[in-house]
Write a protein that binds this ligand. Structure first.
Ligand SMILES: Cc1cc2nc3c(=O)[nH]c(=O)nc-3n(C[C@H](O)[C@H](O)[C@H](O)COP(=O)(O)O)c2cc1C
Length: 174
């Protein structure tokens, strides 16, 4: 079953998380991990789409918030566009596609930080995606010029990828 992980990342943390999720999934699935800038315009034929990005201003990034990040990164950010734009442009799925979303955000209560994963999930469900798991967050600490993934989060992301793979196999079997 084909699995695609699409990530958006400004400072690199969400990319690390996405690649770890891909690693966890790859133990039992065929998986591609792509930057949202290079993501395909269609998703038919996929068994599972996993999409994630950084939380900006309590939700998914917008061009204005990405500009804010751009100014903090020497040499530019990792993604020029965002998952909000990419998911919004996806057509409705013609066949069943399972979906899961994740984000990176500051380690505080979700009502304080917001969550990009919750917004991304809404967009996917509107396009007939079927949720495989609740939205998941991975945590960052605020550094001087950027944010840094908290200890243990890369490993937790890999474990979450493995959990998705196990659920996917269960769903396919029954
Ligand atoms: C413009 C901007 C707005 C942000 N707003 C929030 C926010 O509302 N809530 C939060 O938890 N983190 C916020 N952050 C921190 C980001 O979530 C964090 O930088 C991101 O998870 C790091 O991922 P990345 O390295 O892949 O860009 C913001 C960061 C930027 C640059």
């Amino acid at each position: 079953m084909q699995v695609l992980v699409v990530f958006e990342s400004m400072f690199g943390n969400t990319e690390i998380v996405a690649r770890a999720i891909g690693k966890g999934l790859a133990a039992s699935c065929e998986v591609d991990v792509v930057n949202v800038d290079d993501a395909p315009a269609h998703w038919d034929g996929l068994g599972l789409l996993v999409a994630g990005g950084p939380t900006h201003a309590h939700g998914m990034s917008r061009s204005g918030t990405r500009k804010g990040a751009w100014q903090q990164v020497e040499g530019g950010v990792r993604s020029a566009t965002g998952i909000r734009e990419w998911l919004s442009a996806l057509p409705k799925a013609e066949r069943r596609v399972l979906v899961a979303t994740f984000d990176t955000r500051i380690r505080k209560a979700r009502w304080l930080t917001g969550s990009a994963a919750v917004g991304a999930r809404k967009l996917l469900l509107k396009r007939r995606g079927i949720p495989l798991a609740p939205p998941e967050s991975f945590f960052v600490d605020v550094g001087k010029n950027a944010t840094i993934l908290c200890e243990g989060e890369q490993e937790r992301a890999e474990a979450w990828g493995a959990l998705l793979a196990a659920r996917l196999l269960e769903t396919a079997a029954g």
